[in-house]
Design a protein around this ligand. Structure first.
Ligand SMILES: O=C(O)CCC(=O)C(=O)O
Ligand SMILES: [Fe+2]
Length: 869
């Protein structure tokens, strides 16, 4: 097994955003390579129109500014609510100037419910109204009808002239103006000069749409229809956020397809050639039947209206005969629906880069933020893409400034505090629903071959990672694939379901709902979780499953998977490393506040790393070497296996030399009791700065919330000193503060360092602050190395203030994995601190051999670290 995720040289690494792409299609399918994004019905957005290579459309857009404003893709793409949707559709009749609803901005048609109509007749005509949205149909003006007859419809969209009634249309056509511009346009497409003026409808920004003809009726009726759909789905309007979306996306997609013979034929032939369970299980769920019927009637009646109007314009008489031949039968409509649901529609995850999600969530959950500051913070939340970061040189100033922006934005979340009001709560909910909104995408047909997997290689996401939920405008979002593992291009796997974090049963229930009741997922993850032919799953696939479990914080499962791999591939350092990391994950997620220790997992992880490093049969592993350096610097293993545990000979008296906060979860040393002297502080700063002259300060050691730091284990001249300080002064103090029993004979738990580093904050550039976060530790300490700066300090959110020792050498210690905290912005000068991530865990030696850790460690013989290599 290859160490780097089984990737080949040309593989695209994990964590990269790719634009939507096509898989090669043997049938030479020509489709837009973009997936169509379908926002939710509930949010009022319908779907973006893909004009593809419609040159005439683009040409016209450029020429006419007003039309451009009205009909740009952006305008059509999405609307955030029904009112907006309707308001955008209000235009003036080209003849009488009356405000009318324009049912489709790009196409020529009109819908004018009159005030005298009864509610029920409006409701009856609404399916057609909606239908017109859903299929690119229009009643062409006479110019467009000519264009249509000249068989140039494919390359020419309707002109967009709008009349509020037949009477106005006649007047308009009689008085039509011919301009130089549109006459040129006509000669380009081989037509006689047009009779009509092109697209001179205006958007009147001042229109109050309530005053416009028919608006309220349409709004009401749309809501009526929505309610009806929901009731068919068995949902109340309170559930709309969860139920409306998928149903709507599905129907919009199916109805869209019905407007294209080619798509219908293609989909039906794909359906009939599919020989998997879809055929055996073709029936609809009973809950769907009524809805599908209703949609079929709606789509069909629209189709009928469209064709009779076309006939009327072309031949002067209505002829409905071709309807049955061209519109899919109910039977076929049902098949289309099933096929699309199972193969063409995928849920799009709104999450993007983990960094962005992390920051965004923190911002959203912060109660100490005024509305405008939160808006500002979200607005300035711009993070470079992974690709940009990888490709950018260190000196790339745009990346640097983007990172600075991000940090500044997140920092606002605690800089300005105000009490949490109801208004803020609702804002929070609004933002949250905005961020977490689900979308569906209609895949190009060639992509419908992609297989579902619960451990997918690709995840369809909003955005390409460059902009984090920056604005209210959904059309700023783009679709992209996120590679969850290194991707070589041959893998056919994507996720059909929204929540990959669910367990086997929940995932399968969801899949059966989507794919039919006898669908059984055959992906490796389900195979593994069902314990079915596990030995047949290649080690490389299993490693992926383990890594996914790690990403989803299912650490115990990850440990088990890595164990399974080691049975067949016993000498893989990468898997051992991953297994130790899963122990560390379990240490962080152990129920610390209840147990007061990490169930032995921290200690277990350290032992595993040390044993792997000592095993000469195993390849050297870069990450394990770093862990070993830390173990040596802080003597973690020596401490566990020697009498060091008993040493309590310190010359530091902790008695009452510190203040405590938050029920002894946070401590600050008194000014007269620093843990190191100011001379020692100066030495640390000098040593770190000297070292940084050769290597620079690191800025990416901690993934989600990186500090600008130098690890202490890299500072050779300081290592012995730091160990002395740790064992003689700091550790005894922490034992005292966190009540780890002060005598060695009764002590069953102790505190260990996992990582320690010197951090530099600089008001004049570089890093000024650290965003809100939890540490990867149970406990952390921060030692101030200087005081000649302004701002700064460790902001503990529950405390609602920053703690800052007033003397160099002063220390803050706190439950870093449990309390949200941040590094406050330094506004003047440079701040240096030592930060250490620690774990309180069991002392694992003869004294504690019967501790409860043994029950969960997976080993039966006490607390053993015996791994078979
Ligand atoms: O700068 C500080 O005081 C906080 C640092 C911190 O929380 C960290 O490095 O994890
Ligand atoms: Fe921290």
């Amino acid at each position: 097994m290859n160490e780097n995720d089984g990737s080949t040289e040309n593989a695209i690494p994990k964590g990269i955003h790719l634009p939507p792409f096509h898989f090669a299609d043997n049938d030479g399918i020509k489709e837009s390579s973009n997936c169509t994004l379908i926002p939710s019905w509930v949010s009022g957005g319908l779907f973006p129109v893909d004009h593809g290579s419609d040159e005439a459309f683009h040409k016209r857009r450029k020429r006419n500014n007003n039309a451009d404003e009205r009909s740009s893709n952006k305008d059509v793409a999405h609307y955030s609510n029904l009112e907006q949707l309707i308001a955008r559709e209000i235009r003036n009749c080209d003849v009488c100037g009356r405000h009318v609803l324009w049912t489709r901005p790009m196409y020529h048609s009109y819908f004018e419910p009159s005030r005298t109509d009864t509610d029920s007749s409006i409701a009856d005509s609404l399916p057609q109204f909606i239908g017109r949205y859903l299929t690119h149909s229009a009643i062409p003006c006479s110019f467009c009808a000519e264009a249509h007859q000249s068989k140039i419809r494919e390359t020419h969209s309707w002109c967009g002239t709008l009349y509020c009634s037949k009477a106005c249309q006649s007047i308009g056509e009689e008085n039509a103006m011919v301009t130089e511009e549109n006459s040129q346009d006509c000669s380009q497409i081989g037509l006689p000069p047009p009779k009509l003026f092109f697209c001179r409808n205006r958007i009147l920004a001042t229109i109050k749409f309530q005053d416009c003809v028919g608006v309220q009726e349409v709004l009401d009726s749309l809501n009526t229809i929505k309610e009806r759909l929901l009731s068919i789905c068995g949902a109340s309007s309170n559930d709309v956020q969860t139920i409306g979306m998928e149903e709507c996306a599905l129907f919009i997609t199916t109805m869209l397809c019905c407007s294209s013979h080619w798509k219908v034929d293609k989909l039906l032939s794909m359906y009939s050639s599919t020989n998997d369970t879809i055929r055996r299980n073709a029936g609809l769920d009973t809950s769907e039947e009524g809805l599908v019927e209703e949609m079929w009637v709606m789509a069909r009646s629209h189709w009928s209206l469209l064709h009779s109007n076309l006939d009327l314009l072309q031949t002067g008489s209505s002829n409905n005969q071709h309807l049955d031949a061209s519109f899919p039968s109910y039977h076929n409509f049902e098949h289309l629906h099933i096929f699309i649901k199972r193969y063409c529609l995928v849920r799009v995850s709104p999450s993007t880069h983990p960094l962005i999600s992390y920051t965004t969530n923190t911002l959203l959950s912060s109660k100490n933020l005024s509305d405008s500051d939160r808006e500002y913070a979200l607005d300035t939340l711009q993070v470079p893409t992974m690709k940009e970061v990888i490709e950018a040189s260190d000196s790339d100033s745009s990346i640097q400034s983007a990172i600075t922006l991000w940090r500044r934005a997140t920092h606002i979340s605690h800089w300005l505090s105000s009490s949490s009001s109801e208004q803020q709560q609702s804002l929070h909910i609004r933002f949250h629903s905005k961020m977490n909104k689900s979308y569906y995408a209609f895949l190009p047909l060639s992509l419908s071959k992609l297989k579902h997997s619960c451990a997918p290689t690709l995840l369809m996401v909003m955005n390409d990672g460059s902009v984090a939920a920056k604005t209210e405008n959904e059309h700023d979002n783009k679709l992209a694939w996120l590679t969850l593992h290194s991707f070589t291009g041959g893998e056919e796997s994507l996720s059909k379901i929204g929540s990959l974090g669910d367990d086997l049963n929940s995932r399968n229930m969801e899949l059966k709902r989507l794919m039919g009741s006898d669908f059984t997922c055959g992906c490796e993850r389900c195979q593994y979780e069902r314990q079915e032919n596990i030995n047949d799953i290649p080690a490389q696939q299993l490693k992926r499953l383990g890594d996914i479990a790690m990403q989803q914080s299912r650490f115990e499962e990850a440990s088990n998977i890595y164990d399974a791999i080691l049975k067949s591939v016993p000498n893989n350092a990468d898997v051992f490393h991953a297994k130790a990391a899963s122990f560390l994950g379990r240490a962080s997620s152990a129920n610390f506040s209840k147990l007061g220790h990490c169930h032995g997992f921290f200690v277990q992880a350290q032992h595993l790393w040390s044993q792997v490093a000592a095993n000469t049969n195993l390849e050297k592993h870069a990450d394990i070497s770093v862990i070993l350096q830390k173990q040596n610097a802080y003597r973690t293993i020596q401490h566990l296996s020697s009498d060091d545990v008993t040493s309590s000979n310190n010359d530091y008296s902790p008695d009452k030399a510190f203040k405590s906060f938050l029920n002894e979860k946070v401590f600050l040393t008194d000014n007269n009791a620093p843990v190191i002297t100011s001379i020692e502080c100066q030495k640390v700063i000098q040593s770190a700065e000297e070292y940084a002259k050769q290597t620079g300060w690191t800025t990416s050691r901690h993934y989600a919330v990186p500090t600008t730091d130098i690890p202490l284990h890299d500072l050779a001249d300081l290592k012995p000193w730091f160990y002395d300080v740790w064992s003689q002064r700091i550790r005894p103090l922490l034992r005292d503060q966190f009540k780890l029993n002060t005598t060695a004979s009764t002590r069953t738990r102790d505190i260990y360092i996992h990582d320690a580093f010197v951090v530099r904050y600089d008001a004049n550039g570089g890093q000024r602050n650290l965003p809100p976060h939890y540490d990867e530790s149970t406990h952390s300490f921060i030692i101030a190395l200087n005081t000649d700066f302004e701002g700064g300090g460790t902001y503990i959110h529950t405390l609602n203030r920053a703690l800052k020792p007033e003397v160099a050498g002063g220390m803050i210690s706190f439950c870093g994995g449990e309390l949200l905290h941040s590094g406050d912005s330094v506004v003047k000068g440079t701040r240096y601190v030592i930060v250490a991530f620690c774990y309180i865990d069991l002392i694992v030696d003869k004294q504690v051999s019967k501790c409860e850790a043994s029950q969960t460690s997976g080993h039966t013989s006490g607390f053993s670290f015996g791994f078979s290599f």
